[in-house]
Design a protein around this ligand. Structure first.
Ligand SMILES: [Zn+2]
Length: 359
């Protein structure tokens, strides 16, 4: 990637510095409103009304955002009385973010625009157990292969298997992969890519993507249940991802359901994850997932359950039916609207959400 940018590095950094200067609260709030308004845009007067800022302040901030190429004037908005007001819109191609999904057996990297829309995607098999050196080499090569030349890339969001410390970007004792314990993934990758890097647990990233991303359903409170090579949950309460004190929340798969059940990779017996993975078919796995989902809904009074992960997406019908039956009215149970990209889109959202004041 460095090589690709040999000629454009200076321009890239200059633009990056401009963007950094825009990282103040009011700019973020205005950008957030324009992202929500999407194609309709919003007039300066509307933005002033909705933020409580003076029209002069809005004009000044939006002028800077236009200069940075993130906002444009496009068309007119009908206004009640007086002349029609000029509409301001977000420029999706004004900046981009990279989302990296590190799974136990595969790597997915995506490039998204400022609106969160996927512009490019690459996916390769990669064993998480291959060791840090190999994994970083492959991540760097795949990110470099994205069409980043000439584009302003704000940063790289990485969704990795937990447990991990999202503040420090340091991995913990990932079930089955003890060699990653204590590895400073954020620091190592930032140095390798020469870009800012944010790291979070895969299910937390997915939950953030479902809360803020391009397919957000605007629900304020929900649980995202992910059944793929493992089982975990991302929790959203009152419009914010709940990570817990040690980024440890959402270890949904390691609730013990059967005291003498099969051994789990975490060292305990009878965890929901171990039971689901050992189930003879989707019908049995779905029934178990339903029991766990109902426990969670009762414990936390969750508003909505969103299902995803490779195993669910391969055969969604039994999972939807069993979880709906177990959870019961009035809690809606739905499939993730982002499909197999849920975690990767969430990873990119780790970078985008703060730009809109919504980390
Ligand atoms: Zn376990």
């Amino acid at each position: 990637m460095k090589r690709n940018r040999a000629g454009g590095d200076e321009g890239h950094e200059r633009h990056g510095a401009n963007l950094a200067a825009l990282r103040d609260h009011n700019s973020e709030v205005l950008l957030g409103l324009l992202r929500d308004a999407a194609g309709n845009g919003a007039s300066r007067a509307e933005l002033a009304r909705r933020t409580g800022l003076t029209p002069q302040a809005v004009s000044k901030i939006t002028a800077r955002l236009r200069e940075a190429g993130l906002v444009t004037e496009a068309g007119r908005r009908a206004s009640t009385g007086g002349k029609p007001a000029t509409a301001l819109r977000l420029v999706p191609e004004g900046a981009h973010a990279v989302g990296v999904r590190l799974d136990r057996a595969a790597l997915t990297v995506i490039l998204v625009d400022l609106a969160g829309t996927v512009v490019a995607e690459r996916s390769v098999p990669l064993s998480f157990g291959a060791g840090a050196g190999t994994v970083l080499d492959v991540v760097a090569a795949e990110v470099a292969a994205l069409p980043v030349t000439g584009r302003t890339v704000l940063g790289v969001g990485v969704a990795a298997p937990g447990p991990l410390d999202h503040r420090a970007g340091v991995l913990g004792q990932v079930t089955g992969f003890p060699q990653w314990d204590g590895f400073p993934l954020r620091e190592a990758l930032a140095e390798r890519l020469s870009l800012p890097v944010v790291v979070d647990k895969d299910t937390n990233a997915a939950a953030l993507g479902l809360l803020r991303g391009p397919h957000a359903h605007r629900a304020d409170s929900f649980a995202y249940l992910h059944l793929g090579s493992g089982l975990g949950a991302g929790l959203v309460f009152d419009g914010a991802v709940h990570r817990g004190a040690r980024t440890g929340a959402g270890e949904f798969g390691h609730q013990v359901l059967s005291l003498d059940g099969p051994e789990c990779g975490c060292g305990r017996r009878g965890c929901l994850e171990a039971l689901c993975l050992a189930a003879p078919g989707p019908a049995e796995a779905a029934r178990l997932l339903g029991v766990g989902a109902a426990n969670l809904v009762r414990l936390l009074d969750i508003d909505r359950v969103v299902l995803g992960g490779e195993r669910v997406l391969a055969d969604p019908r039994p999972y939807l039916a069993e979880v709906r039956a177990a959870v019961g009215e009035p809690v809606p149970v739905e499939l993730t609207p982002s499909g197999p990209r849920t975690v990767a889109e969430g990873a990119a959202e780790l970078v985008l959400a703060p730009v809109f004041g919504r980390g």
